[in-house]
Structure formats: structure tokens, C-alpha cells
Design a protein around this ligand. Sequence first.
Ligand code: URP
Ligand code: ZN
Ligand code: ZN
Ligand code: ZN
Length: 484
Amino acid sequence: MSTVIKGGTIVTADRTYAADVLVEGGVITAIGPDLKGDTVIDAEGAYVMPGGIDPHTHLEMPFMGTVTAETWESGTFAAVSGGTTLVVDHIIPGEGGMLPALDTWLERATRQASCDYSFHMSVTGWSERIFDDMAAVVDRGVNTFKHFMAYKGALMVNDDEMFASFSRCRDLGALPFVHAENGDMVASLQQQLLAEGNRGPEAHAYSRPPAVEGEATNRAIMIADAAGVPVYIVHTSSEEAHEAIRRWRQAGTRVWGEPLIQHLLLDEGVYNDPDWNYAAQRVMSPPFRDRKHQDSLWAGLAAGSLHVVATDHCAFTTEQKQAGRGDFTRIPNGTGGLEDRMPLLWTYGVETGRITMNEFVAITSTNIAQILNIYPRKGAVMVGTDADLVVWDPKAGKTIAAATQKSIIDYNVFEGWKVTGLPRYTLSRGDVVWGPGVDAPQPGRGRHVTRPAFPAVSRALSTWRELTAPRPVVRSPEFMPIGV
Ligand code: URP
Ligand code: ZN
Ligand code: ZN
Ligand code: ZN
């Protein structure tokens, strides 16, 4: 059985051109004019692009005394309905350590996912077992390790732990990911705010000012630089964090920054809403910020100092959020966005002229595929690559509403936002997983995407490190102090 996507314009990170795409056995087997196939997908008037990759999700994740409400079934269906064909989810090891946690995540995903999936492993402390487990995790196709500089008393790692783990990442050819907020400062500010009677969701934003993020971002990059490893900063939300990334990139350091669609479009005004639920639904870390930070993030995407737009999809119901009634520090942190990222970024990025269509593809798919070392299998439209594709209708529109979303939570932080540009079809390895007549999840069809270690940048840094490693100077006796 073959499928031909007919009459569309292919848009990749580097090209825009008219051609048909032939898909056989889940991969692209031809690109060109007048192709024929058993099944025809109409792409007339549409763009054919690599499916989106969301490298930052938290599906069914235990966190802050509860578990994220979005399941692998609802989450991956939400993803494909919005044009995303690969989710990379964060594993948090429990008592049993990294390997049982990987099995648990794999089991849930294998049973429920409509699209392909991959994982980051979290390093939440430091021990010989963690040192050993990291190698085993890399052998199983996870080449990224997440570090939380915040959530003191829970997930947070200190500088010595981070330096040890980054050094281990370097030796394994893995890439450290960092949630960069100064957890000690946040904890102090939280206590201060509570003591002053600031107990509502608005205090969440006051407890995490941009300085908290800027300081930690700078520190994470310098620790990575000292360890000789590249580093990826998740949910970059402020000019202060962006400035650190930009400055270190100018100095030749290998660092990538990931703004979220939420931080690009929503601002701190939401926390002043008179409705407690409305404000609490929008509590996430880092918090939404003053509008001037949005301009900085958009500029970074256009300038190439920021690289990936993700969602950090971490969806809790309103009822779950209410755990923080009377104490904002207990409101589970996280917001959704998985199904809205691509249409929102298209509407408010491409349609406004802030970014080009090709940049849209780069920051939703190609860049992260390269960073994760799975390019061009994912993130490309090329003969021989997985047919994870979206047929994008730039004229189709809708108004975002919780009532019609695929996500199972009871609200949407983008409620009422209008989007123009939606997937007409979404294909996962050649199968239509979203489109006319295909409007139900296909649990069990997603596959685990394993990722090899040592992407080119890691190899380059290893070579440089080897060349510049400390070596003793061999001196002849006449230049040595007497008696040595
Ligand atoms: O508030 C957030 N971002 N929740 C998810 C966990 C994390 O920090 O990424
Ligand atoms: Zn995270
Ligand atoms: Zn985070
Ligand atoms: Zn996250």
C-alpha cells in the first residue's frame, strides 16, 4: 500500500517548493511531480511540513503531591490534532531509580500513544547508582538528562551534583537539559511572601522574578562549559535568561534555549484576575512575565539565539490546582499547550511576519531533531525518512476552546484565542492519525524513538577538550629548583 500526498507545497527548514510526496512502508520513498499511489491525500492549497516535535511534555507524571491529568492517550491525540507527531516526555525516577521508571513510562506510552514518543531522564540527586544507571539509560536510547535547579526539597540538584552529572553526560555523549531557576532564592521568597500575607496565585509570580531565572541560566551554562558539555535550557521565559544564552553563544559556547508558546503569548496580567481558579490554572514555572520579555523571546527566535518552541505540557485540572487554596506554594505548577502550539505559533508568528514559514519548521521540528540526534529520520521531508508529516491548511481557522479540545483537562489557558492555520491531515509514519474521518485516538500505534549518543556537537567538544586537557609540563633539571 502506498500513499501519495498530492498538490501541496513542501516547506522545510531550508526550502519551499511544489512537489508530491510518496509514502510506502511508513517512510518517504519519492518526492517530485505527478507521483501516483494507492491512496491520495489532497494537499491542494496546503503546505506539507515535517510533523511537529514537542520536546517538553509531562504526561501522567507524579508531581507536587499529585499526577498530571493528561494521559498518554489524550495527550498524544491532542498532539496529532495540532500537527505534532513526536513528544519527548520527562521521566522522574522514583524510589526504584532510573531503569524501573523508564519501564513504567515505556509501558504507559506503548499502550496508549497515537504518535511516536521519546524520553528525557531526570537526575534529581547524585550517587554511584545514578552514575551507573546513566550509562544503562543511554544504552536504552535516552541521550538527554534533565536537571532541576528549582523545586528545593524535591527535585532540585545543587551545583556539585550538577557538575558531576554534566561531566557524566559529557563522557556518555549525552546532553544535559536544565530547568534554570535559583531554587534557594525561590524558597526564600516564597516564605517571605507567605509571612507577609501574600497567599494567592499572584504571589507565585512574585516568588520567581526574572533575576532568579537569569542567574540560574548563567550558572548552568558556566557549569556546562567547565564540564565541557553542551547544554539545553528549557522554558526560557525572560530577557535575563535569553541574555545569558545569547552572551555565551557569542563566546562560542554550545547552548540552546527553548521558549514555550505560553511565554511567547501570555503575560503576568493573568495572575491578577479576580477569579482564583483562573489565576491558579495559569501557575507554572517560570511564571508568565511582563510583555517586554515576549519581545525578547520573539527576537531570539528570529535572530537564532533561541532555537525551539515547546509547551512543557504539564496539565492539571482545576480541582488539582485547588490544592493550593490558601497557600500558593501548593498549587501544582504547570500548564497545557500540546495541541495549540503549532496553530498559535503559525498565527502569531508566521501570519504576523515575526518568523518565516521555514523558521516555523526549524523551531517546531528540525532544530530539536538535530539537537536530539534523530535528524533527518525526524524533522525532515526527505527520501528515506519517517513519513511524520503535517498537511497544513493556512486558511483553516478556529477559536480555541476547552469545550472542543482533545486534552482532557477542564480549561485551556488560550480559551478564546483565534488561530488561522491548522492541520488538514497529520501523518505518523505514513498513517493518517488526524484528518477528515479520523477523529479518535489510535492507542498503541506509537513507537519509542531511541536516540544514539554522541551527536556531532558532543564529538566536537570531546575533541577540543582532549586537545586542551591539562598536561604536566616536562622540565629539564637545570630549570628546576634545587632539591626538587
Ligand atoms: O511549571 C512547570 N513548568 N511544570 C512542569 C515541571 C517543570 O518545571 O518543567
Ligand atoms: Zn521541565
Ligand atoms: Zn521546568
Ligand atoms: Zn517541564
